[in-house]
Design a protein around this ligand. Structure first.
Ligand code: GAP
Length: 434
């Protein structure tokens, strides 16, 4: 496994991911995606959407506004409990997440636990009291900034799903069990954003709220857990041995969860959470019903029975998935760096080149091949920069599985060289067989 520094450097050098607002000195916890990063990210999101939504009859998509009525966050419990333990070093005034100061700490860490823990910055031991720090970003809606105009950037996409549950039930009449899925931005004022895109202040989530009959939650939890595993291993191509499930103990679970399984992954920074599956009971629907005064009972079409469904929630972070994919794909070999991305996720599938860019007959033929391939595949790129060795090096680093090279023999017999990224082997193929 590569180091995080190598990954960050490749992502910047090759136009995948840049530090946010880099030109003005950056903005901690934010990242910008360049052309190749956007291509990779879109493919990952599409793969997720195809697997969990398009290819199923029981999961439907929604796309809710990021700004929501502030009652949302009162009902969901975020206003009260969405906080991390904050501690300040009285010597250097550095602020830290207390539970991250030692690997064995849990969310309930107190000042007592910190008695022999030195400050990571100044190495002194002079801690303030530990206090909860709410991670929601506050803003104001409209021209007047007072307490009546406060709103929040959503800290999870889930609530945009729950608040549309009734709209969907009343318009689509889905049978239970059914799920609602959403992809979109979420914002968290993390005390210490860290480790490249692993912990950001602005991230993207892909979440499903799966509504079930209360008595079936365990069975449905199991099915979704297996689906998530199948997606990570067989669609995204993460090695099974690097994926580890962890039953989260009650004291570490979110306030709404009666069972959580974290799916951890062996990242370059160590083994840490990639995604989670939580049994949210009827916590959200019940609270939304209470705060909105609306009846959210589900009515069984056959028996007429009414009840509040319970919810299983698989929640993925796009950035953590990207980091897992990139770290598995990255390899340094004797004379090259290569990104062995699965073909279905690589930003480009083919790169077409004339062997020499100053031979018009080769360039013309190469353009013809490029056009032909483009009619068949969308992800075909063109490269005539530098010499052929440099082009291969660049395409290896951005993960292009095949380079198609047009040379003088092509002009004679309509064959091209196809050079494979993974083993650098070259084969001669007819253009018509590409
Ligand atoms: N709706 C449930 C929920 O938001 P979570 O465990 O807080 O649960 C779910 O977040 C997933 O979102 C995480 O497993 C992770 O992949 C991603 N995530 C959460 N906070 C993140 C952050 N600050 N930066 C990057 N990804 C984050």
């Amino acid at each position: 496994m590569t180091s995080l520094d190598n990954l960050v450097s490749l992502c910047k050098r090759r136009g995948f991911i840049f530090p946010g607002s880099d030109i003005y000195g950056g903005m901690a916890g934010t990242w910008d995606y360049g052309p190749l990063g956007v291509a990779l990210k879109r493919k990952v999101k599409e793969a997720w959407w195809n697997y969990f939504v398009e290819s199923r009859d029981d999961i439907f998509g929604v796309d809710a506004a990021i700004l929501m009525n502030p009652t949302t966050w009162v009902a969901s419990g975020h206003t009260k409990t969405f906080s991390d333990p904050l501690v300040e070093c009285k010597e250097c005034h550095g602020r830290f997440r207390a539970d991250k100061l030692r690997p064995d700490f849990t969310a309930n860490v107190s000042a007592d636990d910190l008695k022999d823990v030195p400050c990571p910055t100044c190495k002194k031991i002079a801690w303030s009291e530990v206090r909860p720090f709410n991670m929601m970003f506050e803003t104001h809606v409209g021209p007047v900034s007072d307490s009546s105009s406060v709103a929040y950037l959503r800290p999870e996409t889930a609530q945009g799903i729950f608040t549309n549950y009734k709209n969907v039930v009343d318009t689509l009449y889905p049978d239970l069990p059914f799920g609602l899925a959403q992809q979109g931005k979420a914002f968290r004022n993390e005390i210490s954003p860290r480790d490249f895109i692993f912990r950001d202040r602005e991230c993207e989530q892909m979440e499903i709220e799966y509504f079930v009959r209360p008595e079936n939650w365990e069975e449905e939890f199991e099915k979704l857990r297996k689906m998530c595993h199948d997606f990570l291993e067989n669609v995204i191509g993460l090695p099974e041995g690097m994926i580890h499930e962890e039953e989260v103990p009650a004291e570490d679970r979110a306030h709404y969860s009666k069972r959580t399984v974290d799916v951890n992954f062996d990242f370059p920074i160590g083994t840490d959470e990639l995604m989670g599956i939580a049994y949210r009971t009827d916590f959200d629907l019940k609270n939304i019903a209470d705060h909105s005064g609306k009846n959210l009972d589900y009515r069984d079409k056959i028996t007429g029975e009414t009840f509040l469904p319970h919810v299983i929630e698989p929640s993925f972070g796009v950035e953590r998935l990207l980091m897992a994919i990139l770290s598995v794909a990255y390899a340094e070999e004797k004379d090259r760096t290569v990104l062995r991305l699965p073909e279905s996720l690589a930003p480009y599938r083919f790169c077409v080149s004339p062997l020499l860019k100053n031979k018009p007959e080769l360039v013309e033929k190469a353009k013809e091949v490029h056009k032909k391939l483009r009619e068949k595949y969308i992800n075909v790129t063109w490269d005539d920069s530098g010499n052929i060795g440099k082009r291969y090096k660049k395409q290896d680093e951005i993960g292009t599985p095949y380079c198609v090279v047009i040379d003088f023999e092509t002009l004679e017999n309509n064959t091209v060289t196809v050079r494979s990224r993974d083993d650098a082997s070259q084969v001669r193929t007819k253009i018509s067989d590409l």
